[in-house]
Design a binder for this molecule. Structure first.
Ligand SMILES: O=c1ccn([C@@H]2O[C@H](COP(=O)(O)OP(=O)(O)O[C@H]3O[C@H](CO)[C@@H](O)[C@H](O)[C@H]3O)[C@@H](O)[C@H]2O)c(=O)[nH]1
Length: 341
């Protein structure tokens, strides 16, 4: 168990919603210093003013440029790698940009962190990396492979690299929940891509817990998944509308967007057979075999057992009432309804 108290943590993409929430959480946990690496000086300035905490240090840089990553890694114990291009439609139109940031950039972060003597690095991934159909998911899948290859190829490294994989984070910037809120507030119909499409729903607080868990429990190359319920897009729209007092919202179906799946997969059946169930989490250990498969043949490594994928269609399905309950736990929804605690 590696304690975070008194340690120095670097967060790539540290001004984004994940990164900045994680920073606030870590400051609360008593870390000595948090290095924020990001590209946008205006967002850094906003964050500096918002936090007014001397333990925050800001580094301008881009994960694509290894030389700009290295200063943020100096004397760092833990790294949370959240920098990414993560909008599905924009990555679909500019896939090579996704490769540069999500694959090459991740490789740079892993190398620079290892070189700087970091103890543990957690990479942030997404359900869209499993059986990927869009460029964002494909690039994140390659990021996962890059992290696992580091663990496999450098077993002597002092650094533990692990991965956390999430479903949709509720109320994240540009996502469908704040969009539904705006549509209701301005009296417009709610636009549904496909009413029966399902998504895993997680809060930002849940995702921070998952990173914390990985920092303190990971073995090299581990992949962690938090179990989560799911709802259909229609249920989500009705729940948001109902919270805002509209029990019979006007729904308009606009059709599936570029690169979208009807249902997401958090864990493939191939991963499930290797995973251990740790209560709130699944943990998938690294397949640490080398390329010399014949060495393992005799030991009968193959353990094939039939299993289903863990998907947003077969996890616990939320009703409108369940979804409302989940939404009411979000600080953004509490603020919206004037119930901030
Ligand atoms: O007008 C709209 C827009 C979206 N949706 C649907 O709502 C769901 C959620 O959409 P959105 O909030 O845009 O999230 P996703 O497209 O699922 O992907 C988001 O969530 C991923 C996992 O958190 C992140 O990795 C991505 O960056 C982010 O775009 C999907 O089923 C969409 O089809 C609608 O019904 N109507």
């Amino acid at each position: 168990m590696q304690a975070l108290d008194g340690s120095v943590v670097a967060i790539t993409g540290g001004t984004g919603s994940f990164g900045s929430t994680m920073a606030g959480h870590l400051l609360g946990r008593g870390v000595r210093q948090v290095n924020i690496l990001s590209r946008d000086e205006a967002k850094q300035d906003d964050m500096r003013r918002r936090f007014t905490d001397e333990r925050l240090r800001f580094f301008l840089g881009d994960v694509r440029d290894a030389a700009s990553v290295s200063p943020a890694m100096r004397d760092v114990d833990f790294v949370f790698h959240a920098a990414a291009l993560k909008q599905v439609p924009s990555c679909e139109f500019f896939p090579h940009q996704a490769v540069l940031t999500n694959v090459t950039g991740s490789d740079n972060v892993i190398r620079e962190a290892a070189r700087a003597g970091v103890r543990s690095l957690v990479c942030l991934s997404t359900d869209k990396a499993v059986y990927p159909v869009n460029a964002m998911g494909m690039s994140k899948a390659l990021m996962e492979k890059t992290a696992q290859a580091f663990a496999r190829n450098y077993p002597e490294s002092e650094m533990t690299v692990s991965i956390t994989r999430y479903g949709n984070v509720m109320y994240s910037r540009g996502s469908v929940i704040p969009m539904f809120v705006k549509q209701i507030q301005s009296g417009q119909p709610l636009t549904l891509t496909e009413p029966k499409m399902t998504r895993f729903l997680m809060s930002l607080a849940d995702s921070v817990d998952l990173v914390d868990h990985a920092f303190t429990h990971a073995q090299p190359g581990d992949l962690f998944i938090k179990k989560a319920p799911a709802s259909t897009v229609e249920v989500l729209a009705r729940a948001v509308a109902s919270l805002l007092g509209d029990e019979d919202p006007d729904l308009r179906v606009i059709g599936i967007r570029h690169g979208e799946k009807m249902h997401e997969t958090l864990l493939s059946s191939e991963e499930i057979v290797k995973a251990s169930d740790e209560g709130d989490y699944f943990r998938v250990p690294l397949d640490a075999r080398s390329l010399q498969y014949e060495l393992y043949f005799e030991e009968g490594e193959t353990r094939i057992s039939r299993s289903d994928d863990y998907t947003s269609a077969n996890t616990r399905q939320l009703t409108v009432e369940d979804t409302k309950e989940l939404l009411l736990q979000l600080p953004e929804v509490q603020a919206l309804l004037g119930q901030a605690t």
